[in-house]
Design a protein. Structure first.
Length: 684
């Protein structure tokens, strides 16, 4: 229905209201048409200047939760130390405005004052602007240029969005306190903050314009291992060359290991080298996967940035795993080679150990007889056969040593069996010593068992209860189940068999306790991580819900001015929030991860919706203040959508009462404006 509406059917009062409404709508159509034309001409992700709700606004979804927290800490530290407030905005695009115009208008409608600095970044358009008041001593145009060039721009060029904001706080602090030049939040001088799911790792680097190879070098030399989230936070310009370097190094390592393995198999035989052969085969399989991914990245089919990032991270992590697997076997491999080189010396040492163990064996017989007479055979049943077993182990060690000496007398290349003989001799001697230790320590162990067994049973019972609780909460594992079963059996044995075999029951329970302790530690760590993820999920859902609610409230009370863009963003934000809540209800680890991601996306869209709505309202109010002669209450009703609703419903008095005075809230736009503010920026 067009604007030419017949008014004859209306009462005089309603005709007057209708005429007023039509006059307002006639002006509004021009404004809406202008706004729609601007939207059609501008980029799909362009955000209009609007009042900033918080000091960090990320409608581009550039920050992770951890990165936002680190940036907020840096902003808080700057204010606490310098009483300067930094506002950081990440949007996709500044639209038809220049970076300077966008920043200045945002500063104006946000009422930024004499201690407020604004950093505006368009991540897709790759432009930015640093805007500051001209009244901060030490922060003149030259200082802003230095902050921009030396601190902010290097991070933006690498796609380090959070680090750019942190660098801005460092640069401002350095300019306000020249003696503290280079102070980095967190205490690292000239550091690069690499942020993600696991927190912040600070790499000490000199404060200068950083190239990609500098970042790679810092990552390579880092003392702490990066998590997958931290690795994924790196820009593609770092991940791509780094993945190539890691792939080349790993390929060389696998090739060298394969060559060494071939030589070792010829010398020691396949039996001795089985673990090394398995490691090389697994390494080759992992390497083949990485080369296949690299080929996909290099072919003519383009992948999205997210797909490239996932593939590059997989290459780096797989190569790292391959390298670690080879490293785990390297020490054993070197030991095998060294054993053969020093075989003569080692057999001499083993001969001396054989003599010493025989001497212990001769003393152990009389000692066991005395203990049996003192405590009874039942109390010592667990070690009753240790003398016989130790004698057998000594005989085996003696035979193995003789075979080894014969092997090293063979020509080079045929001496490999000597290594197996050395290890067999070492193992037999170690076992004989453990059997004899049990006899030597039997009396002290019996005394300890008598005094400590009740308390140990109680302790293990408590640990079993902990294990059961962790299993019930979903934090169990096969290792925990096995350790718990072993502990339960040991406790049962200690309660029923201790009278007949006190020493054996106590020893078994001690071993079961140690195994359960280890399994509980791992399960508790999983539980703590699950709780942390649950807390992160709750925080993410709460934040997203609050943002959606705030945007919805703003739109619903100003729907007469708000256009389609904001409404679309809000609808999508609500849809994603609903999906996040559904994924959260599943309770699975994957569901939690998906819910957190959906909540973040929902919050980002809600921010965009609010910004777009604020821009619509500012445009409407500016036009209304210059073009409309109607009363402020009538204009306020149109802004809130009340008068439009009343007219369309034909309710003659539904508009009465309750209108806001002018539909504005103090400070919703205007303020000190851009007068006296300075800035710098550009492309990156």
């Amino acid at each position: 229905m067009g604007l030419r509406i017949g008014l004859s059917f209306l009462t005089p009062l309603r005709r007057l209201l209708a005429a007023t409404l039509l006059a307002i709508l006639a002006t509004g159509i021009t404004l809406v048409a202008t706004g729609l034309a601007a939207l059609a001409a501008g980029p799909a992700h362009a955000e209009q200047p609007a009042r900033l709700p918080t000091q960090i606004l990320d409608t581009a979804n550039a920050l992770t939760t951890e990165q936002r927290g680190s940036l907020q800490s840096a902003i808080d530290n700057l204010y606490n130390n310098e009483q300067v407030q930094l506002w950081v905005v990440y949007v996709h695009d500044f639209g038809s405005l220049s970076a300077q115009q966008w920043a200045e208008q945002t500063a104006s409608v946000s009422d930024l004052g004499d201690s407020d600095v604004l950093l505006a970044v368009a991540t897709d358009a790759r432009s930015y602007y640093l805007n500051a008041p001209g009244k901060i001593t030490g922060l003149d145009a030259k200082a802003l240029q230095k902050i921009s060039t030396d601190y902010v721009q290097p991070q933006l060029r690498q796609g380090n969005w959070a680090q750019a904001g942190i660098a801005a706080t460092n640069g401002i602090s350095a300019q306000l306190q020249p003696s503290h030049t280079g102070l980095i939040v967190g205490g690292a001088i000239g550091g690069i903050a690499v942020l993600g799911g696991g927190g912040a790792v600070l790499y000490a680097r000199r404060n200068r314009r950083r190239k990609n190879d500098d970042v790679i070098e810092a990552l390579r030399e880092a003392d702490e291992e990066l998590t997958v989230d931290q690795l994924s936070a790196q820009p593609l310009s770092v991940l791509d060359p780094w993945s190539k370097e890691v792939l080349t190094d790993t390929d060389n390592a696998v090739a060298t290991s394969a060559e060494e393995l071939a030589l070792a198999e010829g010398e020691f035989g396949t039996a001795e080298t089985t673990p090394f052969r398995q490691a090389v085969e697994q390494a080759r399989a992992g390497l083949a996967t990485c080369f296949a991914l690299r080929q996909r990245l290099d072919d003519a089919i383009d992948e999205s940035d997210d797909e490239r990032r996932t593939m590059l991270v997989q290459i780096i992590t797989t190569c790292t795993d391959v390298d670690s697997a080879l490293d785990e076997q390297a020490a054993n491999f070197d030991e095998m080679r060294n054993l053969l080189i020093n075989a003569d010396t080692r057999f001499d040492e083993l001969t001396r150990e054989l003599v010493a163990v025989r001497a212990r064996l001769e003393q152990a017989g009389p000692l066991l007889a005395d203990l049996t007479a003192k405590y009874g055979a039942d109390a010592l049943s667990s070690i009753a056969h240790n003398i016989d077993l130790a004698t057998e182990q000594l005989a085996f060690a003696d035979d193995s040593a003789d075979q080894g000496r014969e092997a090293i007398a063979q020509p080079a290349g045929q001496q490999g069996p000597a290594v197996a003989a050395i290890r067999s001799t070492e193992g037999a001697l170690a076992q004989a010593n453990r059997l004899l230790d049990a006899i030597t320590n039997a009396e002290s162990n019996l005394r300890a068992a008598r005094t400590q067994l009740p308390a140990l049973i109680s302790e293990v019972d408590d640990e079993i209860a902990q294990a059961q609780a962790l299993t019930a909460s979903g934090d169990g594992s096969a290792d925990l189940a096995e350790a718990m079963a072993g502990a339960q059996a040991a406790v049962t044995s200690a309660r029923t068999d201790a009278v007949n075999d006190l020493l054996g029951s106590f020893t078994t329970l001690v071993q079961a306790d140690a195994a359960l302790d280890s399994a509980l530690a791992s399960a508790s760590q999983r539980s703590a991580e699950r709780v942390r993820r649950a807390e992160l999920l709750t925080a993410s859902l709460t934040a997203a819900s609050a943002k959606v609610s705030a945007a919805s409230d703003f739109l619903s009370t100003r729907r007469g001015a708000v256009q389609a863009t904001s409404r679309t963003r809000l609808s999508e934000a609500q849809r994603l929030l609903d999906q996040a809540q559904q994924s959260s209800a599943a309770g699975t680890p994957d569901g939690v991860t998906r819910a957190i991601d959906l909540a973040r996306q929902s919050g980002s869209l809600a921010d965009q919706a609010l910004m777009a709505a604020q821009a619509d309202v500012v445009s409407w109010q500016q036009a209304e203040s210059t073009n409309l002669s109607s009363s402020s209450s009538t204009a306020g009703a149109v802004l809130a959508g009340v008068l439009v609703d009343s007219f369309l419903r034909g309710a003659s008095n539904s508009y009465g009462g309750g209108f806001s005075s002018g539909g504005r809230s103090p400070g919703s736009f205007g303020g000190s404006g851009t007068a006296g503010r300075i800035g710098t920026g550009g492309r990156f």
